[in-house]
Design a protein around this ligand. Structure first.
Ligand SMILES: [Zn+2]
Ligand SMILES: [Zn+2]
Length: 178
């Protein structure tokens, strides 16, 4: 029952001392149900139909409030665009550096990841997040096809190297005599 979800979300918001608004409910509802790790722009586009007339500023503010209260997590990737994850459980991410797709990866062995204490000088680790940067399966196929195209194009346009050795010799003879 969808009402049950709203009741749960409203309860979560209240327990964090947050005012319950339809925008907060729907944006949080969207984020806990998507696996896309969307950007703020993507959140705006995806919730717009359910929240007609919502401004980008409201979406940005809501994301800020939710992440400040630890209800969602921010992921900063190399492209410089912040992405949002409604799943705050401990998990790792595989990030495709080509299409910027973010894939969840759950592996408990990372929970035991430790850094030498002397290195951190009393720094207390609260949360560990491992990010793997790479190229996803569909991008790998696309890139391989592109590379093949490029190689073929280069082959097609290369003019064969052909010179007349006798001509070079003749030129050289004249040159050395002169
Ligand atoms: Zn990709
Ligand atoms: Zn995630």
């Amino acid at each position: 029952m969808v009402q049950g979800i709203y009741e749960d979300i409203a309860g979560t918001l209240r327990s964090h001392g947050l005012q319950v608004t339809s925008q907060r409910i729907l944006i949080y509802d969207y984020l806990i149900h998507t696996r896309e790790h969307p950007s703020a722009q993507q959140v705006f586009e995806d919730v717009f139909e359910s929240l007609p007339g919502i401004s980008k500023a409201t979406v940005y503010n809501t994301l800020e409030v939710l992440s400040n209260h630890g209800l969602i997590q921010k992921i900063n990737i190399n492209s410089g665009v912040t992405r949002y994850d409604g799943d705050t459980s401990v998990h790792s991410h595989l990030i495709c550096t080509h299409c910027h797709r973010i894939i969840d990866y759950f592996d408990d062995s990372f929970l035991g990841l430790r850094v030498p204490e002397n290195l951190w000088n009393g720094f207390e680790v609260k949360r560990t997040c491992v990010i793997f940067y790479g190229v996803c399966d569909s991008c790998r196929e696309e890139l391989a096809a592109q590379a093949k195209e490029k190689r073929k194009a280069r082959k097609d346009c290369v003019v064969p190297f052909k010179r007349d050795l006798k001509q070079v010799d003749a030129w050289l003879t004249v040159k050395t005599k002169g």
